[in-house]
Structures are given as C-alpha cells and as structure tokens.
Design a binder for this molecule. Structure first.
Ligand code: GLC
Ligand code: GLC
Length: 815
C-alpha cells in the first residue's frame, strides 16, 4: 500500500493522505538555519545547533506522535467552523490533501468546505529565516469571510534546559509585539544577543504570545480558545510559555485568492547595539527590519524560492544517471544524494528519532558521511575534515564525538572506540580523489584543539594508522577498545546494572578483546595511506604501509577466518565471536563486507565463500541482517548488542548501513546480479508499495529494518540520519554503476545486472563534464573491454582529469 507517489520531474514525493504510518518528514535549510517539517506541518526550527539554539518547541514522543509545529488555522466567520489546512492539529476532514516534500522545501495543500489553502515552507539560501507562503482561495460560489490564525510555540533556546528546568523557565519568557511582528526575546535582557521573530505580511486583527491564553487553560492545539471564538486575546507573554500567533481577517469573493506571507527567523545584534534607545530594554530592530520587510514581499519570497531550486539543481547536477531502473535513477539522482546532504548538515543530531540534544557529531560517522557528499560540496567537505582532525588526540585516537557549536571533543563520551581514527584516512582519501587538492595534507591542524599542538594533516593520518598498529592483541589483531563500528559490541565492559552506559563503563581495564573488523579496515586504510604517500613522493613510506597492511591481512587470514566466513572478534577471555563454534551470533555481516572491500580473500576464494555464507545465513527479503543466530538472551560479555530483543538494531536487525558493504563486496567479485538485488531490497523507493509494513518514508533510508527474528519483520525505524545514506550512494554510484573518482582520474568500472544493456551518466569531476554511456551485451556483469574518450580509443578505463570547463564524451563497452 502507498500513501503517495514520486514526482521525479519536480524532485518531490507527493503524500496524498495525511495519516501516514509515521510522520514523514523533510528538512529545511542548508547552512545555518534549519528546520524539520512533517507532512502535517509538525516539527521545529533551530539555528546551527539543535540543542543550544532551538527556536521553536517540540515535544518528542508526544501523543499524538507528532505535535508541535508550524501551524495555521482557518475559521469560517459565519459558521464558526475551523480547521487546520495541514490536518494537524485539528485533524478535521480535508479534501484533496497533498504534501509535496521537495529539495529543501515542503508544500502542504488541502480543501475544506470550498476553501483551498496551500502553504509553501522553505528557508532561503544564505538567510537565517524561514518563509511560509500561504495562498487561500475561495472556491465557493458565494463570498467567504474567514479568519487565519498562525501558531508556533517558542523554545527558550537550550532545548534540554527548556524541557527540564521549569522552576526557572516559567518566569523568564519575554516578548515584544510591534506592528505585525512578534519578537521572542527571552534572556535577551541579560547575556543573549539573539532573538527570534515571527512576522506576517498583513495588518493584524489581533495576536497572541501567551500560550495558555491563546489555547485556554485546558485546551490543546486542536482547539485553541482564540480560534474557537474567532478572536485573538492580544496577550503579551510574561514568563510561562511564549508563543506566536497572528490573526488575519480575510474576505474573499467567489474565486478570489489571497497570499499571506509569514517569516519566522533568528537574529543576532552586535553587543553594543542590543537596545534601542540605548540604555532601554527594547530590542534594537533597526538591523533586522529591512530583512523582515524584504521577505514578507511575495516577489522576494518567490525569488528566494527560485534560488533555492537552482541551488539544488546545481548540487544534484554533479551526478545524474539514466539506467533501466527507475528506483536507481530517483535515488541516485535525487533522494539519496539529498539524504547525504542532510547527514552532512545534521550528522546524527536532529530527526524525529534523534532529539537534537543527545549527540554531537560522530568522528566515524562524519568521516563516512563525507563519502556521500564530497562530490557535491568539496569546499565544505575540506572544512569538515579539518574540524574533525582538529579534535584528534595526540595519540592518534579520537573523541568519539564533538560538538558542532564549539567544535571540541565531547568529554561525556570520550574516546577509545578503536576504529575511529582509521575512518579519518578514508574520509581524507575520498576528498583527495574527488578534488586532487593535495594541499590539504599540509594544513596545520591541532590535536584536541590545543593551540600550539599543530601538525600537518598528513601527520594526523600517520598517527591514525599507528594508533591501530600500537594496539594489537594476543592474536596480533587490533584491540577493539570500547567498540568498533558496531557501537553495541562492548567486549571489555561487563554491565549488570540497569541504566548504566554500556559504552562508557569500563570495568575491564586493560581488556584484550580484538576486532577482525578493524583488521579489515586497517588493511583498507593502509593501502589508502600508501597511495597518499606516493602522491607526496614518499615511496619508501608507502612500502612500509603496504607491508603493515600485508602483515595484518595475513593475521586476518590466520585468526580471522572461520572456515566459511570471516570471524567477528575475540572477547575479553580470548574466546571467538562470530564463529561456527558459537551457539548464537555465529556470523556477522561487518567483517564479510569490510575484509572483502579491503581485498582480503578476493584471490583465494574466501571472498566468494564468505559472500555465499552471507547469502545463505544473513540475507532476507527485506535486506541483510547484522548477525545470526540472533542473541536470544543477554550475554554480559558481549555488551549492548544482546540487550536488544532479537531482530532489532544490532541484534540481528537489518542495520542498513552495513548492507552496501556487501553490495560493494559482490561487485568486487563480479556478481552484479547479487549486488543489485541487495541494493533493491533496502532501496526505499522499491519498498514504496509496502509502505504499510515499512512505515518510514519511502524516499529516504532508515537506520534499521526489523530482522527476521522480530515480530515486525520488515518494519523500518529511525529514518534519515544514518551512514546508510552515504554508503548506499557509494555502492550504487561507484561500484554498481562503477563511476568512481581515483587519485589520478575517473575510473569507469561498472558491475551490473546481467539483463541491463546500457546506461548513461553525466558526472562533473574536477570541473569537467563527462558524458558517459555504457553499453554491454546481455549476460555479462563486469569487465570493460573498450573505452573511447572524445572519439579516441583510451588505454584503459581510468580517464585522466580533463581541463575544468571542458566536455568529455566517454563511450564504454563491456563484455
Ligand atoms: C549508529 C552510530 C554509528 C555506528 C552504528 C552501529 O548508526 O551512529 O556510529 O557505527 O550505529 O552501531
Ligand atoms: C545506541 C544505539 C546504537 C548507536 C549508539 C550510538 O547504542 O543502539 O545503534 O550506534 O547508541 O552511541
């Protein structure tokens, strides 16, 4: 069953009924001002940091689930009937409801009793504000007298404090109202230099800023007192809960439309010019007013919307493909790339499942996210790399997370996740391959943000590799520390106390648990660093890294191979994890993917064997589960993983992040049908028809789909913020379609389903535009036999960079 459809032409998903199984959300904003918006206008806004500068209030895990948002109410003055044109919060009956989620905007429209309303929500590029442009049309054959009310609830900035510190917060709220603009200025009188504003293009019949006056003491958002009676109270908030509501009266002749623009925004004043007149307690509005006035104008709002569309066309234009499969096309061309940009902006901080107050930017997460967006925003990717690297510890280790506003490592979580440093090498490698900009390696970067500790970025990479080498265990495999990629495999922590953190409780100091996964990751990273060393002319050094890699590879073959697949780890006692010898958790997905990507077992049949084992034991119709058999009870020596009921999350859920590793591994051994089949199983677009089961948005990847051991097998959870976005983009574009940036050019090496005959792609790489066509007879999966570049036969399938601005026609023949 579907709840809407894709409109690929307009790059939109069109939701045609409001009662989707879960709120289906979208993101607004591209640089500093961001918002989340659901298909019924739920969600909130913030400036830069979802915890520390939250503009509007949202209550997570509410009842109904999604409440608090960018609400409008229409009221018929004659009948007294009122409704929400976005369905929530009144949930009145609507005709022709439609929500179009697009690239950085959402438009919600509906009709009720002959009155149509359509609202476009978006954040202009380069502005710290959002526009709601509402058009109300009278489709009746008689005049309509209407009231339009807006409503947002302001958050008192720190979203955590806002939901916990009521003894203070109920006494601090302050606002000002001037003309059609409501200013929220809690704490502006003391240390804050910022305020929020909510403006309306029309003269007001009234306003409200005190939530409980607007709603009435016992009413909810579905029946605000002001809306019920058809008249605002003109309340001015003092303490309690400041809100913003405008009341606009409309009289529309039959067929008449009226456009009303609302602007919700964030503003910072210079410290010395906070008040006007100086010495007063009144906000100085001189600087913000021109901005407000500008965007309240319909033509300016329209211009800003067109610029937003152009911004996305440019980003998405860097890779466009045309294949025989519509799901591949729309994910690669539109939604997967878009999701990658959202992970760039949000990391794991703010979705409807990440509260925006819990987590900072992950060290490993951000490096992996980079793989999915570096081609779209290379300049910003380099800034991100330098920010991440500056938090690295002198030992080469890493804080697991850092805070986006301060850019400092997060002490609460600390370090000791021993895979973290290696991902920095992969992130930097991706940047170098995309841009060719090796100067970044000479950038002076601090350790632990300590001034004076700077060394070139290149040395950070060297220390990353050494970090693993200097932490080997009894089998010479890398020590796992608190966890590796799998945060929930906590082998050096034995937790028996409810509520204790599995990851940060280290009660087994000096634990010697080892990770085969990090072994594979090390082999991959060592080869990347060897190639980077060669770029810098250090051939001896490159040889050392290759030797280190080869040694680790031998160790993995010796102690990491179980007979039919790669083992997962050795625990605190030196016992194997992820082996046929175990009762449960015999085979894990992560080392099968990572070891093969690193090239281990590709020559001697182990890779084929491991992938056959994945197919036999882990693959399901909804994707590949993380491990099998699921842990049926809690194993104290394994940590958080077995705390989840079977089939969920890391305990045998389909943890989507890992599936593309298997897709890539399949392409490495040339099995294009298997790679593509796995790609389709978790591709949200190809799961659209089972939306009632999948439940999450059909246009973006979720973190997890319940595995076969779960009662809700096939149900997705935690949409949007997941490394799944980047890795699926990499698997589809670089390995299945086979268009990948390398240090010395663009490699074209597809591995396709047998029955595909051709596909085309346009790729902008280092400023030149490559128009690529790939032809292959039915029956083969892999193997480029001829490449013709601008009419001339090329030596192989690596196309050297062409001058920026040039057009390059590339004709590839396979099989
Ligand atoms: C979450 C974390 C990520 C981790 C994964 C598996 O997605 O953000 O860092 O690798 O879970 O535990
Ligand atoms: C929890 C989640 C896991 C995530 C981790 C991040 O353990 O279950 O998926 O990786 O938190 O800290």
């Amino acid at each position: 069953m579907r709840y809407g459809h894709f409109d690929d032409e307009r790059r939109e998903y069109v939701i045609t009924r409001p009662d989707t199984p879960l709120p289906w959300i979208n993101y607004l904003g591209s640089e500093a001002y961001f918002g989340i918006i659901s298909n019924t206008a739920g969600g909130y806004s913030f400036y830069r940091d979802a915890r520390l500068r939250r503009l509007t209030r949202y209550r997570y895990n509410n009842v109904p689930f999604d409440l608090g948002g960018r609400y409008l109410y229409l009221r018929d003055t004659v009948s007294g009937d009122f409704w929400s044109p976005s369905w929530q919060p009144t949930r009145s009956e609507l005709e022709d409801y439609e929500c179009r989620h697009g690239m950085g905007y959402s438009a919600i429209s509906s009709r009720h009793e002959g009155i149509e309303a359509e609202t476009l929500y978006f954040v202009p590029v380069d502005e710290n504000l959002e526009i709601w442009r509402t058009r109300v049309t009278n489709k009746r054959d008689s005049e309509a007298k209407l009231s339009l009310f807006s409503a947002v609830e302001f958050c008192l900035w720190d979203a955590w404090d806002d939901q916990t510190n009521f003894q203070r917060n109920f006494s601090t709220g302050q606002v000002e109202v001037e003309g059609s603009v409501i200013y929220h200025k809690t704490e502006y009188r003391e240390r804050r230099d910022h305020f929020a504003y909510f403006a309306c293009s029309e003269p007001l019949a009234g306003f409200d800023t005190q939530r409980d006056t607007f709603l009435g003491a016992y009413n909810g958002w579905d029946s605000p007192a002001a809306v019920e009676r058809g008249e605002s109270f003109d309340s001015v908030a003092n303490g309690w809960a400041p809100c913003g509501s405008h009341h606009v009266e409309l009289t529309l002749a039959p067929g008449e439309s009226k456009e009303i623009v609302f602007v919700l925004g964030y503003w910072e004043n210079p410290d010395e010019a906070k008040f006007d007149p100086p010495g007063s307690q009144t906000i100085n509005k001189k600087l913000v007013k021109p901005v407000i006035e500008r965007y309240l104008r319909s033509d300016e709002a329209e211009g800003a919307f067109q610029r937003l569309r152009d911004y996305w066309s440019e980003l998405l234009g860097i890779l466009q493909v045309s294949t025989p499969d519509e799901h591949t096309n729309r994910m690669v061309n539109i939604w997967n790339a878009y999701q990658c940009m959202v992970t760039f902006n949000m990391s794991r901080s703010a979705s409807f499942y990440e509260s925006g107050i819990g987590r900072g930017m992950g060290f490993r997460d951000s490096n992996q996210d980079l793989l999915g967006f570096v081609h779209m925003v290379p300049g910003r990717a380099s800034e991100r790399i330098l920010d991440i690297a500056a938090t690295q510890l002198p030992s080469g280790g890493a804080y697991h997370q850092y805070q986006p506003l301060t850019k400092r490592g997060n002490d609460d979580v600390g370090s000791g996740f021993n895979d973290d440093p290696a991902w920095l090498i992969l992130g930097v490698a991706a940047y170098l391959k995309e841009t060719g900009d090796i100067s970044i390696l000479d950038e002076e970067v601090t350790y632990d943000n300590e001034p004076g500790s700077e060394s070139p970025l290149y040395e950070h990479l060297q220390r990353s590799l050494r970090y693993t080498l200097h932490r080997l265990g009894p089998h010479e495999l890398p020590l796992i520390g608190r966890a590796d990629w799998n945060d929930c495999l906590n082998l050096n922590c034995f937790s028996t106390t409810p509520g204790e953190s599995f990851q940060t409780t280290e009660n087994k100091e000096g634990g010697v648990a080892e990770s085969v996964f990090i072994g594979g990751l090390f082999v991959l990273a060592a080869e990347e660093l060897a190639q980077i060393a060669e770029l810098r002319g250090h051939t001896d050094e490159a040889k050392c890294y290759r030797d280190d890699g080869a040694k680790m590879e031998a160790t993995v073959r010796e102690h990491g191979w179980d007979g039919a697949w790669f083992r997962r780890a050795y625990d605190y006692f030196g016992d194997v994890v992820g082996s046929a010898d175990n009762e449960e958790g015999q085979i894990f997905i992560e080392p099968q993917g990572m070891c093969i990507i690193a090239g281990i077992g590709v020559d001697d049949g182990k890779a084929v064997q491991a992938l056959d084992s994945v197919s036999d034991r882990l693959a399901t119709k909804h994707g590949i589960v993380l491990q099998q058999p699921a842990f049926s009870h809690y194993y104290v020596n394994l940590g958080e993983i077995s705390s989840y009921p079977p089939g969920y999350k890391e305990n045998a859920g389909i943890f989507c992040h890992t599936n593309p590793w298997i897709m890539i591994a399949e392409t490495i051994i040339g099995r294009g049908d298997a790679a593509f089949d796995y790609y389709q199983r978790i591709n949200p677009s190809s799961r659209e028809d089972i939306s009632e089961l999948h439940r999450c948005e059909p246009y973006v990847y979720p973190q997890m789909i319940a595995g076969k051991d779960a009662p809700s097998f096939g149900e997705a959870k935690n949409s949007w913020l997941s490394g799944t976005a980047a890795w699926n983009f990499v698997a589809a574009s670089q390995w299945i379609l086979g268009i990948r940036a390398e240090y010395n050019g663009l490699r074209i090496d597809p591995c396709l389903p047998k029955d595909w005959e051709r596909f085309e792609a346009t790729r902008i790489f280092r400023g030149a535009t490559y128009r690529i066509s790939v032809n292959k007879p039915k029956g083969v999966c892999k193997g480029v036999t001829q490449v013709v570049v601008n009419g001339t036969k090329a030596e192989d399938n690596l196309i050297a960079p062409h001058p920026a601005g040039s057009e390059v026609v590339v004709e590839v023949t396979m099989g």
